[in-house]
Write a protein that binds this ligand. Structure first.
Ligand code: ASP
Length: 722
């Protein structure tokens, strides 16, 4: 009773403090189903619009303003002329590819002052969602419970193809059917892909990546993580290959931008493409990651990063060459450390074990259940545990074996050697044509001495870190031959291999012959590549097969059983790179006892961090000047400060980068870009007290575009809500 009283008083206090009841924010919801399941909760939490405003096939809705940006990010339309905002880190690869040492847009930023100056970005595409359909019944037609998993998959595969073909007949759409709840439900997603996308603006890295790796995944944060692109279309507003005659795409819907800012407790909604979560896996699957694969990857990646980071200090050229590569590794590396921390903190494994106990009790209560689920967890555990050594082998192959680039690079010439040796002249000529630009792009971002150090360090770690049975066969021989001196081995590889330099690779390409091809098979880089491929083919892949075959089916059953056990609970499906809505509120948090983090950061914090000696914390002169003159206009908070980032309790994941963060009126208030370190375990288990998504305050982006870049014409294109 006492406890109940306490809880009620607390609740009342919260209502008084925030003006509304706090709602549990966990969950990533399918927009198609909002009306049925979630919109009432969202409205209770403050949202003023309807489910139709979010997702509709009858009228323009928010979903028409949202895209999959490139491969794995989200972006949104912010003008009637195809202007798109996403994160700087999402545009990073493109910006880097468009940069040279002379025109270094990554370091200096880029602003197109007219449409003509916008830079085409070959290879970059954006994908709009046309519609979603629940196709569970059609996908499962002809499936029954006595079928083997393989048979079941075959039937579902066939059904899916029929549905996809129907959806794409007579139009230019693409279609994807995705399993939900581990294959207990299926939804169809129809998409339209635009290929002419151009870079419009990007702040210098000192703003767009301010804080760099030091601050990544960290709150408080001061990163101006945005970049601007424009989608172009043919004369009919339909997708078209790049052409100077293309016109800016006119979206069905774009987001108005709010200048009103955010207060603690404000409703927020994030709408985008979270990549992958695993909320419903058993304790032992988490253990496999937390005790084995994650620590091993962190360890190996640390070695590689240390070398890359030291090299990047040598010259601006190397910094540019390795910046995207380094970010690529460091992002996951740092996140994983947070995941371990968070899982530990919330005792995720213990909680799962407790849940499994309850589950087992529930099963025992009914002989029917015992028949269906009696041995489910036991079987699951056996297979999951047997998989671990092969998962570890795979971690080593990827993070140690493939750490130095030279091996995989060499491997890309194998088909050329085959063609040469079989005297297939046509094929040789075709490959020469194709490989030539690949050589140039490889060496553009390559520094051989760095790769040599990586090779030495990671091959040594490979040799020491895992049993020989899981190593490429060549590795123990090398250890023996070089008496454990892997630096000497690396020196030999870079001395002897044709693939160590652009000149020798190009010469080889141009003069390839039967005898040269034969000799090249002895090239040390080719040899290690072959040995690594053999390991993959003969040890890792077959070792992973039993788990790959059986775990999905066991997880499907376990998912179904969990839903059966808790019929009242509204389950949300794991993220699977399909579009989701998540809502929450602007909210601070306590990362540890005695510490509370505020919900908003400002330009003050950037100035405080300014330190010319630390690369990640160098503040551009111009920004400091703007700070001094305080010419903030409309973009300041009521307290007269420039807001930079804010945190909220939206349940997001990787892939939500670049997602729109909207307020109760559906206006854009931010661009999602990260999570707090202690909360990154939300992919496995969400915790409302610890998990926060980090967003760029849209007013900071506007301030940078307007005052820092002087790109007023961009501001004029936007619908600003004051
Ligand atoms: N930073 C992540 C991304 O790049 C977003 C997240 O995981 O919260 O997608």
């Amino acid at each position: 009773m006492n406890q109940l009283k306490k809880t009620l008083t607390l609740l009342l206090l919260l209502v008084l403090a925030t003006g509304r009841i706090l709602v549990a924010e966990e969950g990533m919801w399918i927009p198609l189903l909002l009306e049925k399941y979630k919109i009432a909760d969202m409205q209770k939490a403050g949202f003023k619009l309807t489910a139709e405003d979010i997702y509709s096939v009858n009228q323009a809705s928010m979903k028409d303003a949202i895209v999959i940006f490139g491969g794995g990010c989200t972006g949104e339309m912010i003008s009637a002329e195809g202007l798109l905002i996403t994160n700087h880190h999402c545009g990073y690869g493109t910006i880097q590819r468009l940069s040279t040492v002379e025109n270094d847009y990554l370091t200096n930023g880029f602003w197109a002052m007219s449409r003509a100056e916008e830079l085409p970005a070959p290879g970059l595409s954006v994908t709009f969602l046309v519609r979603i359909e629940d196709v569970t019944e059609r996908c499962l037609a002809g499936v029954n419970e006595s079928m083997s998993a393989a048979e079941r998959n075959r039937v579902i595969g066939e059904n899916s193809r029929t549905i996809q073909n129907e959806a794409t007949q007579g139009n230019d759409y693409t279609a994807r059917i995705a399993p939900f709840f581990s294959g207990n439900q299926y939804f169809l997603f129809v998409y339209e892909l635009y290929r002419d996308v151009r870079l419009v603006g990007a702040p210098p890295s000192a703003i767009g990546k301010f804080g760099g790796e030091t601050d990544n995944w960290i709150w408080p944060r001061h990163t101006g993580d945005f970049s601007l692109f424009r989608v172009y279309a043919g004369p009919d507003n339909k997708p078209a290959a790049y052409s100077p005659d293309n016109k800016p795409y006119v979206p069905k819907k774009h987001f108005p931008i709010s200048l009103k800012g955010v207060e603690k407790g404000d409703f927020t909604m994030v709408f985008g493409y979270p990549g992958r979560t695993t909320q419903y896996i058993p304790s032992f699957s988490i253990e496999g990651q937390a005790n084995y694969t994650i620590p091993a990857s962190i360890d190996l990646q640390t070695k590689k990063l240390d070398i890359i980071m030291a090299s990047m200090e040598i010259s601006p050229k190397i910094r540019l060459q390795y910046s995207a590569k380094k970010s690529g590794i460091a992002n996951g590396w740092k996140k994983n450390q947070g995941v371990l921390l968070g899982l530990n903190r919330i005792k995720a494994i213990d909680r799962k074990i407790e849940y499994e106990k309850q589950f087992q009790e529930w099963v025992q209560q009914d002989p029917e259940r015992v028949k269906k689920y009696g041995t489910l967890l036991e079987n699951y555990r056996k297979i999951a545990e047997a998989e671990v050594p092969f998962q570890m082998a795979s971690v080593y192959a990827r993070n140690a074996g493939a750490a130095a680039e030279i091996f995989n690079f060499a491997g890309r010439f194998l088909s050329l050697l085959d063609a040469a040796q079989s005297k297939n002249r046509e094929e040789v000529a075709r490959l020469q044509e194709r490989l030539k630009p690949m050589i140039a792009s490889h060496f553009k971002d390559y520094h051989a001495p760095t790769d040599q150090q990586i090779l030495a360090s990671l091959m040594e770690a490979y040799s020491n870190g895992i049993e020989e049975a899981y190593q490429p066969k060549l590795l123990p021989e090398i250890r023996e031959q070089f008496k454990g001196d892997f630096a000497a081995y690396a020196a030999m590889v870079f001395d002897k291999s044709v693939f160590a330099s652009e000149e020798s690779t190009t010469r080889m390409l141009e003069t390839i012959s039967v005898s040269k091809a034969k000799k090249l098979r002895k090239d040390p880089a080719i040899q290690m590549f072959m040995s690594l491929s053999e390991l993959q083919r003969e040890v890792i892949s077959p070792g992973l097969i039993p788990a790959q075959r059986q775990l999905p089916e066991l997880q499907r059953l376990y998912m179904a059983a969990q839903m059966e056990m808790e019929p009242e609970r509204l389950f949300y499906p794991d993220a699977n790179s399909t579009i989701r809505v998540t809502f929450g509120q602007v909210s601070d948090y306590a990362p540890m006892d005695g510490v509370k983090y505020h919900h908003l950061t400002t330009l003050e914090g950037i100035i405080e961090k300014d330190n010319p000696d630390i690369y990640d914390y160098r503040v551009p002169e111009k920004l400091k000047e703007l700070y001094r003159t305080k010419d903030y206009g409309d973009y300041a908070t009521r307290e007269g400060q420039i807001p930079v980032c804010f945190i909220a309790s939206n349940h997001t994941s990787g892939g939500n980068s670049g997602s729109p963060v909207v307020n109760a009126d559906g206006h854009l208030i931010g661009v999602n870009f990260d999570r707090n370190w202690q909360g990154t375990m939300s992919d496995i288990m969400y915790d409302p007290d610890l998990c926060r998504n980090i967003s760029l305050d849209i007013r900071y982006a506007l301030f940078i575009i307007d005052r820092f870049a002087g790109a007023k014409h961009i501001i004029e294109e936007l619908d600003l809500v004051r």
